[in-house]
Design a protein around this ligand. Sequence first.
Ligand code: PHE
Length: 493
Amino acid sequence: MTHSVAETLLCCIEKVDDGVDSLYIATELEVDHQVIIGAMNSLEAHGQVGLQPRSSKHWELTREGSEIAELGSHEARVFGSTPVGGTPKTELMKLAFGKVGFNKAMANEWIRVDKKTDRIVKAVENIEDQVREKLLLVQRGQASQLDDKEKNDLKRRKLISEVMVKSFWISKGSSFSTTITKQETELTAEMIASGNWKEKKFKPYNFEAKGIAPDCGYLHPLMKVRTQFRQIFLEMGFTEMPTNNFIESSFWNFDSLFQPQQHPARDQHDTFFLSDPALAHEFPPEEYLERVKKVHSEGGYGSQGYKYDWKIEEAQKNVLRTHTTAVSSRMLYALAQQQNFTPVKFFSIDRVFRNETVDATHLAEFHQIEGVVADYGLTLGDLMGILHQFFTKLGITKLRFKPAYNPYTEPSMEVFSYHEGLKKWVEVGNSGMFRPEMLLPMGLPDDVSVIAWGLSLERPTMIKYGINNIRELVGHKVPLKMIHDSPICRLDS
Ligand code: PHE
Protein backbone atom coordinates (compact mmCIF):
# COMPACT_ATOMS: atom_id res chain seq x y z
CA MET A 1 0.00 0.00 0.00
CA THR A 2 2.59 2.53 1.14
CA HIS A 3 4.84 1.29 -1.61
CA SER A 4 2.38 2.12 -4.35
CA VAL A 5 1.57 5.46 -2.72
CA ALA A 6 5.28 6.22 -2.75
CA GLU A 7 5.47 5.46 -6.46
CA THR A 8 2.38 7.53 -7.25
CA LEU A 9 3.91 10.32 -5.23
CA LEU A 10 7.11 10.16 -7.30
CA CYS A 11 5.06 10.34 -10.51
CA CYS A 12 3.22 13.44 -9.23
CA ILE A 13 6.48 15.14 -8.34
CA GLU A 14 8.02 14.32 -11.68
CA LYS A 15 5.34 16.37 -13.40
CA VAL A 16 5.84 19.57 -11.41
CA ASP A 17 8.76 21.94 -11.58
CA ASP A 18 9.16 23.13 -8.01
CA GLY A 19 7.16 20.71 -5.86
CA VAL A 20 3.83 20.04 -4.22
CA ASP A 21 2.25 20.34 -0.82
CA SER A 22 1.72 17.06 1.01
CA LEU A 23 -1.83 18.03 2.01
CA TYR A 24 -2.71 18.82 -1.56
CA ILE A 25 -1.35 15.43 -2.67
CA ALA A 26 -3.33 13.70 0.08
CA THR A 27 -6.56 15.32 -1.18
CA GLU A 28 -5.71 14.58 -4.81
CA LEU A 29 -4.87 10.93 -4.19
CA GLU A 30 -7.70 10.61 -1.67
CA VAL A 31 -5.47 9.06 0.96
CA ASP A 32 -4.91 10.01 4.56
CA HIS A 33 -2.27 12.68 5.07
CA GLN A 34 -0.46 10.34 7.48
CA VAL A 35 0.02 7.80 4.68
CA ILE A 36 1.60 10.48 2.49
CA ILE A 37 3.87 11.46 5.39
CA GLY A 38 5.01 7.84 5.84
CA ALA A 39 5.72 7.42 2.14
CA MET A 40 7.58 10.71 1.73
CA ASN A 41 9.73 10.11 4.83
CA SER A 42 11.03 6.86 3.43
CA LEU A 43 11.56 8.51 0.02
CA GLU A 44 13.50 11.26 1.73
CA ALA A 45 15.74 8.68 3.45
CA HIS A 46 16.55 7.37 -0.03
CA GLY A 47 17.32 10.86 -1.29
CA GLN A 48 14.46 10.63 -3.77
CA VAL A 49 12.67 13.68 -2.44
CA GLY A 50 13.46 16.75 -0.39
CA LEU A 51 11.08 17.89 2.32
CA GLN A 52 10.39 21.35 3.64
CA PRO A 53 8.05 21.61 6.62
CA ARG A 54 5.35 24.27 6.34
CA SER A 55 2.35 25.25 8.32
CA SER A 56 -0.72 27.14 7.30
CA LYS A 57 -4.01 28.27 8.79
CA HIS A 58 -7.02 26.56 7.48
CA TRP A 59 -10.77 26.84 8.06
CA GLU A 60 -12.61 23.70 9.03
CA LEU A 61 -16.27 22.91 9.72
CA THR A 62 -17.20 22.14 13.29
CA ARG A 63 -19.49 19.18 13.95
CA GLU A 64 -22.51 21.45 13.87
CA GLY A 65 -21.14 23.11 10.74
CA SER A 66 -20.85 19.73 8.98
CA GLU A 67 -24.41 18.89 9.95
CA ILE A 68 -25.64 22.14 8.45
CA ALA A 69 -23.60 21.61 5.31
CA GLU A 70 -25.37 18.31 4.93
CA LEU A 71 -28.94 19.09 6.04
CA GLY A 72 -29.27 22.88 5.78
CA SER A 73 -29.29 25.68 8.34
CA HIS A 74 -31.72 25.54 11.24
CA GLU A 75 -33.67 28.47 9.81
CA ALA A 76 -33.91 26.81 6.41
CA ARG A 77 -35.12 23.62 8.03
CA VAL A 78 -37.76 25.58 10.00
CA PHE A 79 -38.86 27.16 6.71
CA GLY A 80 -38.92 23.75 5.03
CA SER A 81 -40.92 22.20 7.88
CA THR A 82 -43.62 24.87 7.74
CA PRO A 83 -46.61 23.46 5.82
CA VAL A 84 -48.67 25.58 3.42
CA GLY A 85 -51.45 26.08 5.92
CA GLY A 86 -49.07 26.98 8.71
CA THR A 87 -48.37 25.17 11.98
CA PRO A 88 -48.78 26.00 15.69
CA LYS A 89 -45.58 27.44 17.22
CA THR A 90 -45.61 24.71 19.86
CA GLU A 91 -45.27 22.06 17.16
CA LEU A 92 -42.24 23.82 15.66
CA MET A 93 -40.56 24.13 19.02
CA LYS A 94 -40.63 20.36 19.43
CA LEU A 95 -38.11 20.02 16.61
CA ALA A 96 -34.39 19.88 17.54
CA PHE A 97 -33.56 22.86 15.32
CA GLY A 98 -36.83 24.65 16.21
CA LYS A 99 -35.78 27.25 18.72
CA VAL A 100 -32.69 28.67 16.99
CA GLY A 101 -34.23 28.19 13.57
CA PHE A 102 -37.44 30.04 14.50
CA ASN A 103 -35.64 33.19 15.67
CA LYS A 104 -33.34 33.29 12.62
CA ALA A 105 -36.18 32.58 10.19
CA MET A 106 -38.22 35.36 11.81
CA ALA A 107 -35.27 37.75 11.59
CA ASN A 108 -34.81 36.81 7.90
CA GLU A 109 -38.56 37.40 7.42
CA TRP A 110 -38.92 33.91 5.93
CA ILE A 111 -41.85 33.16 8.25
CA ARG A 112 -44.40 35.21 10.20
CA VAL A 113 -47.07 34.66 12.83
CA ASP A 114 -50.59 34.81 11.42
CA LYS A 115 -52.46 37.10 13.85
CA LYS A 116 -55.87 35.58 13.16
CA THR A 117 -55.02 31.90 13.50
CA ASP A 118 -51.92 32.36 15.72
CA ARG A 119 -50.07 29.90 13.48
CA ILE A 120 -46.62 30.11 11.90
CA VAL A 121 -46.83 30.54 8.15
CA LYS A 122 -44.30 31.05 5.35
CA ALA A 123 -43.71 34.71 4.50
CA VAL A 124 -41.92 34.12 1.17
CA GLU A 125 -42.14 31.59 -1.63
CA ASN A 126 -38.49 30.60 -1.79
CA ILE A 127 -35.42 31.12 0.31
CA GLU A 128 -31.74 30.93 -0.35
CA ASP A 129 -29.84 29.07 2.40
CA GLN A 130 -26.72 31.22 2.33
CA VAL A 131 -25.29 29.79 5.54
CA ARG A 132 -25.26 26.33 4.03
CA GLU A 133 -23.75 27.63 0.78
CA LYS A 134 -20.93 29.32 2.69
CA LEU A 135 -20.27 26.21 4.74
CA LEU A 136 -20.11 24.12 1.59
CA LEU A 137 -17.46 26.50 0.28
CA VAL A 138 -15.42 26.01 3.45
CA GLN A 139 -15.88 22.28 3.20
CA ARG A 140 -14.49 22.32 -0.34
CA GLY A 141 -11.43 24.22 0.89
CA GLN A 142 -12.57 27.43 -0.77
CA ALA A 143 -12.92 29.53 2.37
CA SER A 144 -10.91 32.25 0.63
CA GLN A 145 -14.03 33.13 -1.34
CA LEU A 146 -15.65 34.40 1.84
CA ASP A 147 -14.82 37.81 3.25
CA ASP A 148 -13.59 38.25 6.80
CA LYS A 149 -16.97 39.36 8.13
CA GLU A 150 -18.66 36.26 6.74
CA LYS A 151 -16.01 33.98 8.21
CA ASN A 152 -16.23 35.70 11.59
CA ASP A 153 -20.00 35.34 11.59
CA LEU A 154 -19.75 31.59 10.97
CA LYS A 155 -17.01 31.35 13.57
CA ARG A 156 -19.14 33.16 16.16
CA ARG A 157 -21.96 30.72 15.46
CA LYS A 158 -19.42 27.93 16.11
CA LEU A 159 -19.96 26.50 12.65
CA ILE A 160 -16.36 26.85 11.49
CA SER A 161 -13.01 27.05 13.29
CA GLU A 162 -9.53 28.00 12.25
CA VAL A 163 -6.87 25.29 12.63
CA MET A 164 -3.15 25.24 12.09
CA VAL A 165 -2.19 22.50 9.66
CA LYS A 166 1.29 21.22 9.25
CA SER A 167 2.32 19.88 5.90
CA PHE A 168 5.43 19.44 3.83
CA TRP A 169 6.58 20.90 0.59
CA ILE A 170 7.80 17.92 -1.40
CA SER A 171 10.36 18.50 -4.11
CA LYS A 172 12.75 16.34 -6.12
CA GLY A 173 15.69 15.02 -4.11
CA SER A 174 19.30 14.52 -5.17
CA SER A 175 18.66 10.90 -6.23
CA PHE A 176 15.22 11.49 -7.69
CA SER A 177 13.82 8.82 -9.96
CA THR A 178 10.31 7.52 -10.48
CA THR A 179 11.20 3.99 -9.44
CA ILE A 180 12.04 2.85 -5.94
CA THR A 181 15.36 1.11 -5.54
CA LYS A 182 15.82 -0.99 -2.44
CA GLN A 183 18.78 0.22 -0.43
CA GLU A 184 20.91 -2.34 1.32
CA THR A 185 21.44 -1.84 5.02
CA GLU A 186 24.16 -4.40 5.45
CA LEU A 187 27.28 -5.28 3.53
CA THR A 188 27.35 -9.05 3.63
CA ALA A 189 30.14 -11.55 3.11
CA GLU A 190 28.24 -12.87 0.06
CA MET A 191 28.17 -9.42 -1.55
CA ILE A 192 31.92 -9.08 -1.12
CA ALA A 193 32.58 -12.60 -2.38
CA SER A 194 30.40 -12.22 -5.47
CA GLY A 195 31.40 -8.62 -6.07
CA ASN A 196 27.76 -7.59 -6.54
CA TRP A 197 28.15 -4.92 -3.85
CA LYS A 198 29.34 -2.71 -6.69
CA GLU A 199 25.85 -2.60 -8.19
CA LYS A 200 24.06 -2.22 -4.86
CA LYS A 201 22.85 1.00 -3.34
CA PHE A 202 23.60 1.34 0.35
CA LYS A 203 21.57 3.19 2.86
CA PRO A 204 23.61 5.95 4.44
CA TYR A 205 24.17 5.85 8.18
CA ASN A 206 21.77 7.94 10.13
CA PHE A 207 23.91 9.51 12.80
CA GLU A 208 20.95 11.54 14.00
CA ALA A 209 18.90 8.45 14.87
CA LYS A 210 17.96 8.39 18.50
CA GLY A 211 17.59 4.63 18.29
CA ILE A 212 16.36 2.51 21.12
CA ALA A 213 19.55 2.59 23.12
CA PRO A 214 19.00 3.08 26.82
CA ASP A 215 19.78 6.57 28.00
CA CYS A 216 22.83 5.50 29.92
CA GLY A 217 25.48 2.83 29.68
CA TYR A 218 24.91 -0.64 31.04
CA LEU A 219 27.32 -3.32 32.06
CA HIS A 220 27.32 -6.57 30.15
CA PRO A 221 25.78 -9.29 32.35
CA LEU A 222 29.17 -10.98 32.67
CA MET A 223 30.76 -7.74 33.79
CA LYS A 224 27.92 -7.18 36.21
CA VAL A 225 28.37 -10.54 37.87
CA ARG A 226 32.13 -9.95 37.81
CA THR A 227 31.57 -6.73 39.76
CA GLN A 228 29.63 -8.69 42.36
CA PHE A 229 32.33 -11.35 42.70
CA ARG A 230 34.96 -8.66 42.92
CA GLN A 231 32.99 -7.05 45.70
CA ILE A 232 32.89 -10.31 47.62
CA PHE A 233 36.65 -10.75 47.32
CA LEU A 234 37.27 -7.16 48.38
CA GLU A 235 35.02 -7.60 51.42
CA MET A 236 37.12 -10.63 52.34
CA GLY A 237 40.32 -8.60 52.15
CA PHE A 238 41.64 -9.92 48.83
CA THR A 239 43.80 -7.91 46.43
CA GLU A 240 43.24 -8.11 42.67
CA MET A 241 46.03 -9.58 40.57
CA PRO A 242 47.04 -7.95 37.28
CA THR A 243 45.63 -10.20 34.56
CA ASN A 244 46.23 -7.97 31.56
CA ASN A 245 48.11 -10.53 29.48
CA PHE A 246 46.10 -13.01 27.46
CA ILE A 247 49.30 -14.37 25.96
CA GLU A 248 51.40 -16.39 28.33
CA SER A 249 54.47 -18.55 27.97
CA SER A 250 53.96 -22.28 28.43
CA PHE A 251 56.38 -21.85 31.28
CA TRP A 252 54.02 -19.81 33.45
CA ASN A 253 50.90 -21.51 32.16
CA PHE A 254 52.16 -25.08 32.70
CA ASP A 255 55.79 -25.67 33.73
CA SER A 256 55.88 -23.43 36.78
CA LEU A 257 52.70 -25.22 37.90
CA PHE A 258 54.46 -28.57 37.77
CA GLN A 259 52.42 -29.65 34.77
CA PRO A 260 54.55 -32.10 32.77
CA GLN A 261 55.42 -31.25 29.18
CA GLN A 262 53.63 -34.39 27.90
CA HIS A 263 50.44 -33.50 29.73
CA PRO A 264 47.44 -33.85 27.37
CA ALA A 265 46.30 -30.28 28.17
CA ARG A 266 49.46 -29.06 26.43
CA ASP A 267 48.24 -30.49 23.15
CA GLN A 268 47.13 -28.38 20.17
CA HIS A 269 43.65 -29.80 20.65
CA ASP A 270 43.27 -28.27 24.08
CA THR A 271 45.43 -25.19 23.94
CA PHE A 272 45.84 -22.36 21.45
CA PHE A 273 49.51 -22.00 20.57
CA LEU A 274 50.69 -18.78 18.99
CA SER A 275 52.43 -18.93 15.63
CA ASP A 276 53.76 -15.39 15.68
CA PRO A 277 55.54 -14.77 17.97
CA ALA A 278 55.76 -18.47 18.63
CA LEU A 279 58.23 -18.14 21.49
CA ALA A 280 58.17 -16.00 24.61
CA HIS A 281 60.77 -13.25 24.88
CA GLU A 282 60.46 -12.50 28.55
CA PHE A 283 61.65 -15.31 30.76
CA PRO A 284 62.32 -15.83 34.49
CA PRO A 285 65.86 -15.93 35.89
CA GLU A 286 68.05 -18.89 34.98
CA GLU A 287 68.28 -20.30 38.54
CA TYR A 288 64.51 -20.58 38.80
CA LEU A 289 64.31 -22.23 35.35
CA GLU A 290 66.93 -24.69 36.48
CA ARG A 291 65.01 -25.53 39.63
CA VAL A 292 61.80 -26.07 37.63
CA LYS A 293 63.66 -28.21 35.12
CA LYS A 294 65.12 -30.25 37.94
CA VAL A 295 61.88 -30.83 39.81
CA HIS A 296 60.24 -32.02 36.56
CA SER A 297 63.02 -34.25 35.37
CA GLU A 298 64.67 -35.47 38.58
CA GLY A 299 62.41 -34.45 41.40
CA GLY A 300 63.50 -32.84 44.63
CA TYR A 301 61.93 -31.33 47.78
CA GLY A 302 60.91 -34.87 48.70
CA SER A 303 59.34 -35.53 45.29
CA GLN A 304 60.35 -38.04 42.61
CA GLY A 305 59.46 -35.65 39.78
CA TYR A 306 58.17 -36.93 36.45
CA LYS A 307 61.46 -38.35 35.29
CA TYR A 308 61.54 -37.05 31.73
CA ASP A 309 63.76 -34.81 29.65
CA TRP A 310 62.43 -31.29 30.36
CA LYS A 311 62.99 -28.98 27.40
CA ILE A 312 63.25 -25.19 27.52
CA GLU A 313 61.89 -25.04 23.92
CA GLU A 314 58.61 -26.48 25.10
CA ALA A 315 58.42 -23.99 28.01
CA GLN A 316 59.10 -21.06 25.67
CA LYS A 317 56.06 -21.69 23.50
CA ASN A 318 53.55 -18.89 23.63
CA VAL A 319 49.96 -19.84 24.35
CA LEU A 320 46.70 -18.04 25.00
CA ARG A 321 46.55 -18.64 28.72
CA THR A 322 44.34 -21.61 29.53
CA HIS A 323 43.75 -20.55 33.12
CA THR A 324 44.41 -17.57 35.35
CA THR A 325 46.42 -19.86 37.60
CA ALA A 326 49.30 -18.76 35.33
CA VAL A 327 48.86 -15.30 36.83
CA SER A 328 48.70 -16.75 40.35
CA SER A 329 51.95 -18.53 39.62
CA ARG A 330 53.68 -15.32 38.52
CA MET A 331 52.38 -13.55 41.61
CA LEU A 332 53.55 -16.31 43.96
CA TYR A 333 56.98 -16.27 42.33
CA ALA A 334 57.15 -12.46 42.83
CA LEU A 335 56.05 -12.97 46.44
CA ALA A 336 58.83 -15.52 46.96
CA GLN A 337 61.36 -12.93 45.79
CA GLN A 338 60.45 -10.59 48.65
CA GLN A 339 63.02 -10.29 51.39
CA ASN A 340 60.55 -11.36 54.06
CA PHE A 341 57.48 -13.41 53.30
CA THR A 342 54.17 -11.73 54.09
CA PRO A 343 50.84 -13.57 53.95
CA VAL A 344 48.70 -12.59 50.96
CA LYS A 345 45.18 -13.01 49.66
CA PHE A 346 44.89 -12.56 45.91
CA PHE A 347 42.07 -12.85 43.42
CA SER A 348 41.50 -12.39 39.72
CA ILE A 349 38.57 -12.54 37.32
CA ASP A 350 39.53 -12.54 33.69
CA ARG A 351 39.47 -14.29 30.39
CA VAL A 352 41.06 -17.62 29.57
CA PHE A 353 41.15 -19.60 26.31
CA ARG A 354 40.75 -23.27 25.49
CA ASN A 355 40.66 -24.96 22.14
CA GLU A 356 37.29 -26.58 22.74
CA THR A 357 34.54 -27.63 20.39
CA VAL A 358 31.99 -24.87 20.74
CA ASP A 359 28.56 -25.99 21.91
CA ALA A 360 25.69 -24.74 24.06
CA THR A 361 27.78 -24.70 27.21
CA HIS A 362 31.32 -24.35 25.88
CA LEU A 363 33.08 -21.52 24.15
CA ALA A 364 36.71 -21.25 23.15
CA GLU A 365 37.06 -18.56 25.77
CA PHE A 366 35.53 -17.87 29.14
CA HIS A 367 36.23 -16.02 32.34
CA GLN A 368 37.85 -17.59 35.32
CA ILE A 369 37.44 -16.47 38.89
CA GLU A 370 40.39 -17.37 41.02
CA GLY A 371 41.23 -16.94 44.68
CA VAL A 372 44.64 -17.60 46.26
CA VAL A 373 45.69 -17.42 49.91
CA ALA A 374 49.32 -17.87 51.01
CA ASP A 375 50.22 -18.08 54.68
CA TYR A 376 52.15 -20.12 57.20
CA GLY A 377 50.62 -23.46 58.08
CA LEU A 378 47.39 -23.31 56.10
CA THR A 379 45.47 -26.58 56.00
CA LEU A 380 42.73 -28.16 53.96
CA GLY A 381 40.40 -27.04 56.76
CA ASP A 382 41.34 -23.43 56.00
CA LEU A 383 40.52 -24.00 52.34
CA MET A 384 37.13 -25.50 53.18
CA GLY A 385 36.42 -22.69 55.62
CA ILE A 386 37.29 -19.95 53.19
CA LEU A 387 35.25 -21.64 50.45
CA HIS A 388 32.27 -21.73 52.82
CA GLN A 389 32.74 -18.06 53.57
CA PHE A 390 33.08 -17.19 49.88
CA PHE A 391 30.07 -19.18 48.71
CA THR A 392 27.91 -18.05 51.65
CA LYS A 393 28.36 -14.49 50.39
CA LEU A 394 26.89 -15.70 47.11
CA GLY A 395 23.92 -17.18 48.91
CA ILE A 396 25.21 -20.73 48.66
CA THR A 397 25.40 -22.48 52.00
CA LYS A 398 25.23 -26.16 51.18
CA LEU A 399 28.66 -27.26 49.96
CA ARG A 400 30.22 -30.64 49.36
CA PHE A 401 33.77 -31.48 48.39
CA LYS A 402 34.91 -34.30 46.16
CA PRO A 403 38.53 -35.43 45.79
CA ALA A 404 39.91 -34.46 42.38
CA TYR A 405 43.16 -34.20 40.53
CA ASN A 406 45.11 -31.18 39.29
CA PRO A 407 48.80 -31.41 38.42
CA TYR A 408 49.53 -28.39 40.61
CA THR A 409 47.40 -29.07 43.70
CA GLU A 410 47.46 -31.85 46.24
CA PRO A 411 45.00 -32.47 47.71
CA SER A 412 42.53 -31.20 45.12
CA MET A 413 38.80 -30.90 45.60
CA GLU A 414 35.90 -30.23 43.31
CA VAL A 415 33.29 -28.04 44.98
CA PHE A 416 29.62 -28.95 44.65
CA SER A 417 26.64 -26.93 45.77
CA TYR A 418 23.07 -28.05 46.21
CA HIS A 419 20.95 -26.37 43.54
CA GLU A 420 17.50 -25.73 45.03
CA GLY A 421 15.96 -25.24 41.60
CA LEU A 422 17.40 -28.34 39.97
CA LYS A 423 17.20 -30.30 43.22
CA LYS A 424 20.63 -31.77 42.74
CA TRP A 425 24.27 -31.16 43.52
CA VAL A 426 26.05 -29.18 40.82
CA GLU A 427 29.75 -28.52 40.42
CA VAL A 428 30.60 -24.91 41.18
CA GLY A 429 34.38 -24.92 41.33
CA ASN A 430 37.72 -26.60 41.67
CA SER A 431 40.23 -26.08 44.44
CA GLY A 432 43.31 -27.36 46.15
CA MET A 433 46.58 -26.72 47.93
CA PHE A 434 49.46 -25.87 45.62
CA ARG A 435 52.08 -28.61 45.54
CA PRO A 436 55.52 -28.16 47.10
CA GLU A 437 56.95 -29.02 43.63
CA MET A 438 55.43 -25.74 42.48
CA LEU A 439 56.07 -23.52 45.53
CA LEU A 440 59.50 -24.57 46.73
CA PRO A 441 61.38 -24.00 43.41
CA MET A 442 59.96 -20.45 43.54
CA GLY A 443 61.73 -19.95 46.83
CA LEU A 444 58.75 -19.69 49.18
CA PRO A 445 59.49 -20.74 52.80
CA ASP A 446 58.71 -24.42 53.20
CA ASP A 447 56.26 -23.85 56.04
CA VAL A 448 54.13 -21.60 53.84
CA SER A 449 51.14 -23.25 52.19
CA VAL A 450 48.99 -21.82 49.46
CA ILE A 451 45.35 -22.67 49.05
CA ALA A 452 43.50 -21.75 45.88
CA TRP A 453 40.27 -22.22 44.03
CA GLY A 454 38.81 -21.41 40.69
CA LEU A 455 35.43 -21.25 39.01
CA SER A 456 33.98 -19.91 35.80
CA LEU A 457 32.15 -16.61 35.64
CA GLU A 458 29.86 -17.81 32.85
CA ARG A 459 28.22 -20.58 34.82
CA PRO A 460 26.84 -18.48 37.69
CA THR A 461 25.87 -15.78 35.17
CA MET A 462 23.92 -18.30 33.08
CA ILE A 463 22.19 -19.65 36.17
CA LYS A 464 21.39 -16.17 37.41
CA TYR A 465 19.90 -15.02 34.09
CA GLY A 466 18.33 -18.35 33.14
CA ILE A 467 20.37 -18.73 29.95
CA ASN A 468 20.72 -22.22 28.51
CA ASN A 469 22.96 -21.40 25.58
CA ILE A 470 26.28 -19.76 26.34
CA ARG A 471 26.25 -18.21 22.88
CA GLU A 472 23.46 -15.91 24.05
CA LEU A 473 25.82 -14.46 26.59
CA VAL A 474 28.40 -13.15 24.17
CA GLY A 475 28.34 -10.99 21.07
CA HIS A 476 25.84 -8.39 20.02
CA LYS A 477 22.71 -10.41 20.76
CA VAL A 478 22.82 -10.14 24.53
CA PRO A 479 19.25 -9.17 25.46
CA LEU A 480 19.05 -5.80 27.16
CA LYS A 481 16.51 -7.27 29.59
CA MET A 482 19.43 -9.01 31.25
CA ILE A 483 20.61 -5.69 32.58
CA HIS A 484 17.68 -5.55 34.97
CA ASP A 485 18.42 -7.68 37.95
CA SER A 486 18.65 -7.89 41.65
CA PRO A 487 21.80 -6.63 43.33
CA ILE A 488 22.85 -10.00 44.75
CA CYS A 489 24.01 -12.82 42.58
CA ARG A 490 22.56 -16.07 43.81
CA LEU A 491 23.75 -19.28 42.25
CA ASP A 492 21.23 -21.52 43.93
CA SER A 493 17.92 -19.92 43.06
N1 PHE B 1 43.13 -23.69 37.29
C1 PHE B 1 42.02 -24.52 37.61
C2 PHE B 1 41.15 -24.70 36.36
O1 PHE B 1 41.52 -24.23 35.34
C3 PHE B 1 41.21 -23.98 38.73
C4 PHE B 1 41.99 -24.06 40.02
C5 PHE B 1 42.55 -22.93 40.48
C6 PHE B 1 42.12 -25.25 40.69
C7 PHE B 1 43.28 -22.97 41.65
C8 PHE B 1 42.81 -25.31 41.86
C9 PHE B 1 43.40 -24.18 42.35
O2 PHE B 1 40.11 -25.31 36.41
